[in-house]
Ligand binder design. Structure first.
Ligand SMILES: Nc1nc2c([nH]c(=O)n2[C@@H]2O[C@H](COP(=O)(O)OP(=O)(O)OP(=O)(O)O)[C@@H](O)[C@H]2O)c(=O)[nH]1
Length: 135
């Protein structure tokens, strides 16, 4: 059986908006929307992974605030991932889009409009459920 790949992703909330990223044409899941992040390396904590990935992909420093429930998802072709989401805050840095097709800052209530990577859909729903009564 294939090994489950552990992937972190950041729900970055700043000034009332959420940062969302569209995967580029030459990534797998081309043009699907995701929360930025990436694979956890050996001996790395999920939080350290996320800070590293966000610095690498977007040139931003973030703080990791709250974990949400992770989602196990099997993609066609056999790849299985555990997607581990965290609510994050912006600390500093000038945004540079290095790998994605585009990024957008959107109102939380508009998150469901996007064409999400399949593994992200339960995470978006969980986040929305938490967000609504808290804001
Ligand atoms: N970063 C990220 N990856 C996601 C999300 N949803 C989702 O299915 N994935 C999948 O998780 C895996 C991690 O991908 P990645 O390409 O961002 O990770 P990485 O930068 O560490 O990997 P690389 O070294 O292969 O480029 C990919 O198979 C990707 O399609 C998401 O919201 N964020």
């Amino acid at each position: 059986m294939a090994k489950t790949i552990r992937v972190t992703c950041a729900i970055i909330h700043d000034k009332g908006k959420i940062l969302v990223a569209q995967r580029s044409e030459n990534m797998d899941l081309p043009l699907k929307w995701e929360f930025p992040g990436g694979k956890i390396e050996a001996d790395e904590s999920p939080e350290a992974c996320l800070k590293r990935e966000i610095k690498e992909e977007l040139n931003l420093r973030i703080e990791v605030k709250k974990a949400f429930k992770s989602n196990f998802h099997s993609y066609a072709g056999g790849k299985e991932i555990e997607l581990i989401p965290f609510l994050c805050g912006y600390i500093s840095g000038h945004l540079i889009v290095k790998e994605h097709q585009q990024i957008r800052w959107i109102e939380p209530e508009n998150l469901l409009i996007l064409d999400w990577a399949d593994a992200d859909v339960p995470i978006v729903n969980d986040f929305m459920e938490w967000f609504k009564p808290n804001h």
